[in-house]
Design a binder for this molecule. Structure first.
Ligand code: FES
Ligand code: FES
Length: 173
């Protein structure tokens, strides 16, 4: 009899077994068990966005989610978006616009911004959208509203918006 291998969770295109302890948050699982320390722990209470990762195309706060809830899911962390030699367009834009100072919030900002632009492309309205029917434009107001869950203690917001806007304009071109 052929035994089928079940993939519990896929992280950056690599299969990982789920943790034995069901109390493990997705954030702790990524950092402690998978060695993916790019995802940061800020508040551990869903208030800062430093732990943002992309699960099945949607951004979530990994500190608010248990790893075992993601059986079969596909998770992308900052390490999965690009590398120093081959950065993603958003990673490149953050570098070019100095979209950070200490950098602690940056992985969460970049993961959040990457998934956020897809939300706009899919015409998912926000509180700042003029119409519920779309099309939605990635204006600075729209980007600010949608990125309001990602805090930056260094206050690099102006450069973060500039970086995201550049990628949004490139996507729209
Ligand atoms: S560490 Fe998850 S929101 Fe702050
Ligand atoms: S760059 Fe320091 S917290 Fe954002």
């Amino acid at each position: 009899m052929k035994l089928e291998f079940i993939v519990p969770i896929t992280i950056n295109n690599t299969a990982h077994p789920l943790p034995d302890d069901p109390r493990t948050s997705l954030l702790d699982f990524l950092r402690r068990d998978c060695g993916l320390t790019g995802t940061k722990k800020g508040c551990d209470h869903g208030q800062c966005g430093a732990c943002t990762v992309i699960v099945n195309g949607q951004r979530i706060n990994s500190c608010l989610s248990l790893a075992v809830m993601h059986d079969g899911d596909s998770v992308t962390t900052i390490e999965g978006l690009g590398t120093p030699d081959a950065p993603s367009p958003m990673q490149k834009a953050f570098l070019e616009h100095d979209g950070f100072q200490c950098g602690y919030c940056t992985p969460g900002q970049i993961c959040s911004a990457t998934a956020m632009l897809q939300e706009i492309a899919n015409n998912m309205p926000s509180d700042a959208s003029e119409s519920l029917d779309g099309p939605i434009k990635p204006t600075p107001e729209e980007i600010r509203e949608r990125m309001s869950g990602n805090l930056c203690r260094c206050g690099a917001y102006a450069n973060i918006i500039a970086a995201i806007s550049e990628v949004a304009e490139g996507d729209a071109a």
